[in-house]
Write a protein that binds this ligand. Sequence first.
Ligand SMILES: *[C@@H]1O[C@H](CO)[C@@H](O)[C@H](O)[C@H]1NC(C)=O
Ligand SMILES: *[C@@H]1O[C@H](CO)[C@@H](O)[C@H](O)[C@H]1NC(C)=O
Ligand SMILES: *[C@@H]1O[C@H](CO)[C@@H](O)[C@H](O)[C@H]1NC(C)=O
Ligand SMILES: *[C@@H]1O[C@H](CO)[C@@H](O)[C@H](O)[C@H]1NC(C)=O
Length: 503
Amino acid sequence: MTKRLSSLLLQLLLLSITAESSSNRIRHVKPPIRNGEPGTKPYRYETQYFHQTLDHFSFTDLPGFEQRYLVGGLQRWAPGGGRPIFFYCGNEGDIEWFAANSGFVWESAPLFGALVVFAEHRYYGKSMPYGSKEGAYANAKSLSYLTTEQALADYATLLTDLKRNLSAEDSPVILFGGSYGGMLAAWMRLKYPHIAVGALASSAPILQFENIVPPETFYDIVSNDFRRESVSCFNTIKESWDVLESRGQTVNGLLSLSRDFNLCRNLNNSEDLADWLSSAYSYLAMVDYPYPSEFLMPLPANPIKEVCKKIDGLDEGSSVLDRVFAGVSVYYNYTGSVDCFDLEDDPHGMSGWDWQACTEMVMPMSSSQDNSMFPTYDYDYSAYREQCIQDYGVKPRPRWVTTEFGGHDVRTTLKKFGSNIIFSNGLLDPWSGGSVLQNVSESIIALVTELGAHHIDLRASTKDDPDWLIEQRETEIQIIKQWIDEYHQERVASSSMSGAAMM
Ligand SMILES: *[C@@H]1O[C@H](CO)[C@@H](O)[C@H](O)[C@H]1NC(C)=O
Ligand SMILES: *[C@@H]1O[C@H](CO)[C@@H](O)[C@H](O)[C@H]1NC(C)=O
Ligand SMILES: *[C@@H]1O[C@H](CO)[C@@H](O)[C@H](O)[C@H]1NC(C)=O
Ligand SMILES: *[C@@H]1O[C@H](CO)[C@@H](O)[C@H](O)[C@H]1NC(C)=O
C-alpha cells in the first residue's frame, strides 16, 4: 500500500521532470540532459543574482537568499522605447535547463525587440535559501517558504526592481511558462495584472486539483496514447503487471527479473520495477514529439510508435516481459550506451516537488480498471496525507490552491476577472486533461493541437515541425503582438487624457 502510494507521489514529479530528479532517476545515462549541461547552452545570456526576501508575507527578520536569473539580449535592448520584456516563470528545476528547452521564447523575442529573462524558482537550481540545498531542504521548517505564492512574489519583486534598474518602467511584460511554470505564468497574470500584460501558459494543468477533473484523467490519456498506436501494445502492457507481480513472489523470480531487465542491482520487490516501467510510459506520453528530441532522454521521433513497434514486433513466442523490456529500452536506452539499468531513485529524498505535492500541489490521481493500461488504483487521500506526514512531517492542504487561485467554475471567473492569457495544449500530453481547453473570452484563448505533446510550442523550431505547430506558434505571436499593441495604445490614450485634464 505505502509502496504504491510513494509511487504515486513520484508520478506527481512528472509535472515537468526536473533536471535533478531525472538525473536522479536515470543516473546511468550520461549526460542525462545534454542541453542543460554547462558549455553546450544554445542561447546567450548573462547570469545574475538578485537578493530576495525569504518570506514576502511576514515582517520577520529572516535572512534573504540569492535568486538566480538569466538575461538575454541586454546589449541590443533599447529600454526607452517601451520594448517588451519576455519573462519565463521558472519551474521546479534548474533554470538553465528550461532556458535551453524553451527556444520559442528566444526565437520570438527578436521579433519584438524584447529583453529575455528566465527567473529561477526558489529552492531549485542555484536559488537556495539557507545557503545550500542541505540547509534549504533540512526540514519542514526550512522548506516552509517553498510555496507558489512566495515564488510568484519573487517574480513580481524581481521584475519591479529590474525595470527600475533599467529605467524600463514603460516596458510591458509578457509571461511564459510550461507545465508548472505555465501554471505560475497564468496565476501571475491573474494575481499581478499591473506587472504583466499577458501570459502564455503552455501545458498548464491549473484544474488538476480537488475534483475539478476526474482523477483518472492523466493515466487515461497516457493509455490512449498507446492504444491509438496499437491495441495489442496497450494490451501487452496492461497484462504485464500481473506477470511481473507473480514472478516477483519468489526470490528466484526476483533474481530472474533483475537479470532479464539488465538491472545493476538485484530487486527486492517487483514494485520498484513496475514503478520504473510506468514512469517511462508516462514520460513517453509527455514527450511524444513528432521529431527526435532530447528533452528528458535521447529519443526518436514519435517515440510511443517506436516503443509499440518493439513490443509488437518480437517473435510470436516471445513473453510479455520480453516485449515490455524491448519497448521500454527505447526510452531508457535509445542510444544503446547503457550498461545496466539503475532503478534507484530515493523516493523519500527531499526533492522539491515532493514537498510541493505534500503541501499545496495535491493532484488526485487514479488509474481506472477499464481505460487505463496501468495497475488499477483508486485515489486515497488519507493514505496520501499519512505518507506526507511520515515523509516530511507536514499535512497537505488540498483545497488551498483553488482557494488562492480559483479553479472551480473557472470559466465564469476568468471571463469576468481575467484577460490576456493563452492556454496552449497538445492532446497527447497527459497534463492536457487538467488544463483549459476551450476559449473563455476574447482574450483568454485556448490553443489546442490534437497531435501536440507537453509544451511542444515552447520548444525551439526544427526543420521537422509539422504545419499545425508552425501555425500554433504564429497564432501565439499574433496574440502577443495584439496585447503589446493594446498596451501601448492605452498608454497613449491615457497620457493624452491626463494631459487634457491638466490644462
Ligand atoms: C538593481 O540594482 C541594485 C544596485 O546595483 C542591485 O543590488 C540589484 O540586484 C539590481 N536588481 C536586479 C533585479 O538585478
Ligand atoms: C535490497 O535490500 C537490501 C537490504 O535491505 C539493500 O541493501 C539493497 O539496497 C536493496 N536493493 C535494492 C535494489 O533496493
Ligand atoms: C542497451 O543497448 C545496447 C545495444 O543494443 C545493448 O548492448 C545493452 O545491453 C543495452 N543495455 C541494457 C541495460 O539493456
Ligand atoms: C480560440 O480562438 C482562437 C481565435 O481567437 C482560435 O484560433 C482557436 O482555435 C480557438 N480555440 C478553440 C479551442 O476553439
